[in-house]
Write a protein that binds this ligand. Structure first.
Ligand code: ADP
Length: 622
């Protein structure tokens, strides 16, 4: 094989451009990224060597070395990990294989700020070397291949890269940065040591640098030909809690999450007993761009006895906690555990249950003690947490307490507990309404009587709310009751006098009601008199067992078939428009308009808008 020139994938070119231009203010992170890749490469070797010990060749001690050549202005990060074959170098260092690339690029394109945060979230890793280097050369040989199957990859980070064969006896990878003019700072031992201390102390492999000593004759620091370990080299989660500072926890989070913002909260515990494991779990402050992808694997890394096993082990967390990041290190699982085995393992089940409880406890703590922070969390992840109501019955009650809603009393932050605390004497249900938007919910005619009586109603406008409500029927022994479903009955909240008046009005209205039923028989399952309205002439409700109109609409919008059941029209016999119906010669037009308007008021769409417009116009010109 000769030297060959390849072109970067289009996305890589874009990323390279973004990285070198947007991350410049925090350029030292390139070292963190390269050391992290080196450490990953060692983890991968250790993992593959579980089945094939020969891969260690004669170098079983995995390590990372960082060294420089001040004259040639190169800085090298060397590891004796898994290495890359020529094909792998071309594939991994020329393209971005990660799923979600397209969404990510689309998001960046719309984002004028070119948010460094987002870029970090995606994990630009290797390419960050180009922040400080105008050429990067990678020399590598994959474990298990012969010394003649090494590869040299080289690029100036613009459009192309070159690949050629290389004789390389040592397994592993050298990433050689040819530093740009002005980046000589990275040719100083103290500087490099301080960056490694800041970002890479928790890396569990030793990171070695050459010793430096003061030469009293030359009167300067000289680099000796002797290596020393410059990091703590103990995986952070294996250290005792009291030994780890808050900033170390934060730094570790950034490393594993690609998130440049500090996490919202974290929890670190060693669990002993039937199943033994250590968990270090974080809740991010901001939702990732692909939060809504339910197929996305979780953010928890699995280790077994400090050996890295896999990223994104989804079996360790329920789907609704897919935003949690962190590490779980088990003392019980076999080292050769696969994803399939994980799904079935009883130990994993115990770990998942334990970790779920920990995360919920962490959220409860924030909700209790840091209300503003919890509001932030809820804005980012609330809708995902709601999925848990249906998915995790064992923790349903705890989850319900963590829910926050809008209500007729506050635009956000209302918990079931708040609601129950404000319930009126004689009120025995928790009232709610679902709608597409907060405005539709707030202006819904069904709320009128509740307003008049000072009863609070929860306003639910998230897409998952309907689904959640199909799994949650009560809170604290109080049933959840839709104000747009079933016959209206406020029970003890209505006094005898009101009830009697309503009965009289209904009786008097009977003949008109029959005519309305006849006029609307194609569209309404029933027409009845109601006391739930105060200012509006009519509203749409559905039967107790039927699907809400809001859910029916959502299903239709998403192209699914929804059962067709006609709604019920309820009319307010005290309303002026309803009162004059009977005497009016345009009864039929008025009846249809009444129905259409009730539909519009609850956010529905008319099947025949043109007919509606014609009817209204006929009235206007009359
Ligand atoms: P990420 O590490 O997030 O996958 P990078 O751009 O940093 O993204 O690296 C891309 C890929 O290149 C890695 O996934 C890995 O396969 C390969 N790679 C990078 N550095 C090394 C290394 N030191 N040894 C072996 N493979 C590496």
């Amino acid at each position: 094989m000769d030297k060959k020139t390849h072109s970067f994938q289009a996305e890589v070119k874009q990323i390279l451009h973004l990285v070198t231009h947007s991350l410049y203010s925090n350029k030292e992170i390139f070292l963190r990224e390269l050391v992290s890749n080196a450490s990953d490469a060692c983890d991968k070797l250790r993992f593959e060597a579980l089945d094939n010990g020969a891969l260690y060749e004669d170098a079983p001690n995995l390590e990372v070395r960082v060294f420089f050549d001040a004259e040639r202005k190169t800085l090298t990060v060397r590891d004796n990990g898994i290495g890359m074959s020529a094909d792998e170098a071309i594939a991994h260092l020329g393209t971005i294989a990660k799923s979600g690339t397209r969404e990510f690029m689309a998001k960046l394109e719309g984002d004028q700020k070119k948010d460094a945060n987002l870029i970090g979230q995606f994990g630009v890793g290797f390419y960050s070397g180009f922040i400080v280097a105008d050429r990067i050369t990678v020399e590598s040989r994959r474990a298990g291949l012969s010394p003649d199957e090494g590869v040299r990859w080289s690029s100036d980070g613009t459009g192309d890269f070159e690949v050629e064969p290389l004789h390389r006896p040592d397994r592993g990878t050298d990433v050689i940065l040819h530093l740009r003019d002005g980046e000589e700072d990275f040719l100083r031992t103290w500087k490099l040591k301080s960056i490694i201390g800041k970002y890479s102390d928790h890396i569990s492999l030793p990171i070695l640098m050459k010793k430096e000593e003061w030469d009293s004759e030359k009167k300067e620091q000289v680099v000796k030909d002797e290596w020393e370990t410059v990091n703590k080299a103990a995986a952070l989660w294996t250290r005792s809690k009291s030994d780890v500072t808050d900033s170390e926890y934060q730094e570790f989070y950034k490393q594993i999450s690609y998130d440049s913002q500090a996490p919202l909260a974290y929890t670190h515990n060693r669990v002993e007993g039937r199943s033994e494991y250590t968990q270090l779990l974080y809740v991010p402050a901001k939702a990732p761009f692909d939060l809504w992808n339910r197929d996305k694997r979780g953010g928890v890394k699995l280790y077994v006895k400090r050996v890295f096993i896999m990223d994104d082990a989804e079996a360790l967390m329920p789907v609704y906690l897919r935003f949690v990041k962190g590490v779980i290190d088990s003392a019980d699982l076999p080292l050769n555990v696969s994803r399939e085995l994980l799904q079935e393992s009883r130990d994993v089940k115990a770990i998942r249950e334990g970790s779920t409880k920990r995360v919920l406890a962490m959220l409860e703590d924030v909700a209790e003690n840091e209300k503003d922070k919890y509001a932030e969390f809820w804005k980012e992840f609330g809708a995902v947490l709601k999925e848990g109501i249906g998915e995790d019955h064992a923790n349903q009650e705890r989850l319900a307490k963590l829910m926050r809603f809008a209500s007729t009393q506050a635009d956000d932050g209302v918990s079931f507990t708040d609601y129950v605390g404000r319930m009126k004497e004689g009120q025995d249900a928790i009232y709610y309404i679902t709608a597409d938007t907060l405005a539709t919910a707030k202006n819904s005619p069904q709320l009128e009587i509740f307003r008049k009586k000072g009863l609070e109603v929860l306003l639910l406008t998230d897409r998952v709310d309907e689904w959640m409500l199909s799994h949650l029927f009560e809170f604290d022994g109080k049933p959840l009751q839709s104000v747009a479903k079933g016959a209206f009955d406020l029970g003890k909240l209505q006094d005898e006098e009101e009830k009697k008046q309503a009965e009289v009005a209904a009786e008097a209205f009977k003949p008109v009601l029959e005519k309305l039923k006849e006029a609307l028989k194609e569209r309404a399952k029933d027409v009845r008199v109601t006391t739930r309205l105060v200012d509006s002439p009519a509203c749409i409700v559905v039967d107790e067992g039927d699907m809400s109109s809001h859910l029916t609409r959502m299903l239709k919008q998403s192209g699914q078939s929804a059962p067709v059941s006609k709604p019920i029209l309820e009319v307010n016999p005290d309303h002026a428009l309803v009162k004059r119906l009977d005497a009016d010669s345009r009864f039929d037009d008025l009846a249809q308009i009444l129905f259409d308007q009730a539909l519009l008021a609850e956010g529905g769409q008319l099947e025949d808008p043109a007919a509606y417009v014609q009817r209204v116009n006929r009235l206007l010109v009359a």
